[in-house]
Design a protein around this ligand. Sequence first.
Ligand SMILES: Cc1cc2nc3c(=O)[nH]c(=O)nc-3n(C[C@H](O)[C@H](O)[C@H](O)COP(=O)(O)O)c2cc1C
Ligand SMILES: [Fe+2]
Ligand SMILES: [Fe+2]
Length: 399
Amino acid sequence: MPFIEIKPGIYWVGVNDHTTDLFEGLWPIDEEGVSYNSYLIKDEKVALVDLAKSLKVDEFLSHIGELVDFSHIDYIILNHLEPDHTGVLNILWKLSPQATIVCSPLAREMVSSFYGIKERVRVVGDGEEISLGEKTLKFFSTPMVHWPETMMTYEVNSQVLFSCDAFGGYGSLQGAIFDDECSDFDFYKRESLRYYVNIVAKFSPMVIKAIDKLSSLALNLVAPSHGLIWRKNPSLIINLYRQWASYAETGGEKGIALVYGSMYGNTETMMDAIARGVAESGIGVEIFDVRRTNPSYILPSLWVNKGVIIGAPTYETGLFPLMAHLLDLAVRKGIKNKKTLYFGSYGWSGGGRREWEKLVSPLNWEIVNSVEFKGGFNSEILTQGRDLGREFGKVIKNL
Ligand SMILES: Cc1cc2nc3c(=O)[nH]c(=O)nc-3n(C[C@H](O)[C@H](O)[C@H](O)COP(=O)(O)O)c2cc1C
Ligand SMILES: [Fe+2]
Ligand SMILES: [Fe+2]
């Protein structure tokens, strides 16, 4: 993509990533892609706000080179040191001998440890400003959104908030870079939620703190470092982030996520009976096969829905391993305050249910019911499953 002027004197100079399979080495983006949005501000002084991963370096540098002479770059603002926003720093640093890195106090050490850079680093505190001429940058400390050093940069004159990871999402930019240009808003909304749960959700209290802190700012544009720039309705993505963050406490909305796995089909047959019962209760259910669906896509449903049904057989005295892995990720991501139901088949002495209880116990999941059945299914078991599904559906419906 070419560089794009997003406000007079402010340019998007980022790159689209269509080749990385796993974001953070964990979360699939092979189909969706991601963008690393970087911004160049041209005033009496020239500033870059956040950079890009060290990928497509030629494209990234050519955007900048078309707009300014590298020796005229005065400031490199690093809101966050994660290498998806700083990977090109060493090269840029060598090309821009006049430039000073601007970062938070905690980021100074990271600039040194990740890139070996110790000089020409200016630390800015919360609320501090740097004038570029007509434009002024104001810095807001927003720790743990996403790392401890994270800050956001606000351009006072144009009322643009450079929010870095916050308000970002997966999904490469498809020509359209603004919310109002985008023809598939649902895609970006879905991918913003998946990104939120995969990357940011653990820090939800800090997200709410940051949003509260910024609430008095007039916003013309919200310009995150991943995904769309919010021009038509900048508050939309902020409100979505606030809503998603609130689920850490509330446990989410009325709805059910049903995740199951099975080796020989007994647990799977029970799953269909339970899903039927849920449908009879008149509440929606999202069903995931843990064997075939990457946790990246399941975790958002666990995050959003108050009701979680887990179906998995016993495997070597414990839970079907892929389910144990999913629930371990739920623990790590802090997916708390759910109502839950378990079902699963076992061969001789069981153990799946016991491990499920153990795994979800730190998450304050209220166990509504559970059924562990021996061997194959029969009409009695399936009737029990259907009843359990219906009853669980009613519990969630009547919340
Ligand atoms: C590799 C493997 C390990 C198993 N370990 C146990 C076990 O430790 N305890 C137990 O009661 N059943 C165990 N089973 C039996 C399964 O739980 C049982 O076959 C169950 O019906 C499988 O459910 P599914 O048809 O949904 O896969 C194991 C089965 C397999 C294939
Ligand atoms: Fe990050
Ligand atoms: Fe990032």
